[in-house]
Write a protein that binds this ligand. Sequence first.
Ligand code: DOR
Ligand code: ZN
Ligand code: ZN
Length: 454
Amino acid sequence: MKAELVLKDLKAYVNGTVTECCLAIKNGKIMKIGKEQQMPKAEAEISLKGLLVLPGLIDVHVHLRDEGKAYKEDFHSGTAAAAAGGFTTVLDMPNNSPVTMSAETLKNRMEKAEEKILVNVGFYSEFPKSLHEIDEIIGAGAVAFKLFLSEQVGGLNIEDDNALAKAFKKVASRIPIAIHAEDKGIIKSVEERLRREGKSDVEAFLEAHSERVEAEAVKRVLKIAGEARARVHFCHISTKQSLNLLVEAKKAGLPVTCEVTPHHLLLSREDLKRVGALALTMPPLRSENHTKALWEGLKNGWVDVVGSDHAPHTLAEKSADSVWNVNVGIPGLETTLPLLLSEVNAGRLSIAEIVRLMGEDPSRIFGLKGFGSLKEGFRADLVAVDLEREFRIDASRFHSKAKFSPFDGKSVKGMVVKTFVGGKLVMDEGEIVAKPGCGKIIKAQAKTGSVNEP
Ligand code: DOR
Ligand code: ZN
Ligand code: ZN
């Protein structure tokens, strides 16, 4: 059988080791991994000149915006940023306009995305007002539910433990429930006091979004989820205490998973003070003892996922005088992999860990069968990187509409050179070379929560 494409002269991360090999691709899937003489005849060949090929990475935490917030990011610009950053699959958060929180809003979003996307996209839904809609939302293919506890976003009253318990029980273990763990009640009361005192600087923001805010929300959700036997995924864990709570829950056998962001791993509150409002995000950057604890959790395997929490805003929205009026969040799709490859070069991280945290574990947790590893029969979603190339992060050149980053100007060693989606070259040396529409809309299968075969 003839392949469509053979990639040669490369090293690839296959079965836990980096080996010199070739990859044959047919019908968007990996047809064969082997030595050059084992390759089938092909319609085309590309020499990758010694580049390292990894499975196309999965970013489970992306705010693609579009629809009412397209001025911040749209499906095309957001997935172009993903391809440029080596991500071939992203999961889209639901705090959109309109909020994704019904089968209808979900289907509309899928329809609008389909012709614009350059990488594969799956969708989160917020919880609906009435619980009977949960089945319809799962039936429409949501990959997971998302629950913001820092502010009311969806239809479920986040102050009502009983309502949360009922919703969690209804979802049970069908698809994961991802949590933004910050307690709205505490944030609001502290923020109101600080506002009355006329405080509106970065220090005030840190006081309102304290470590306790995160820990209380984690404790609350663990209690409710434990009783409901729901599969809960904690987004952007940022403190030592909340990570410890999750480690204890895991040891007790609860089906919980957690994610950290590159900014919480690599930056601290000192950077927030240096950079200012552009580095404001929720949860905020923390002191170095927390950063250290997150690294330890990652190295020990307690941290399941690195997610970018790509949260684009306009520069105007990032530059209000008062922190209470700044739009919080930072774009991360184009910085995450170069930053982590730099950590590989510095000896702090391994390629195996990158693939586990942004390929294998995301695929397992979110039921993305056939994604996140280099295996015959899996999707030919690939990223080719050059571990030797050094460059400076330049946010003005992002494909994302959000042209800022707390990492702007930082020197990194490790460049994303080529990204293939379903065997098609989408990004080459920083340029998008494919037409929109080549990504796949990912729909979870209603009962099992695992997506259609690749
Ligand atoms: O910093 C954040 N930005 N945290 C969130 O939870 C939301 C996000 C956004 O949508 O901008
Ligand atoms: Zn969040
Ligand atoms: Zn987010």
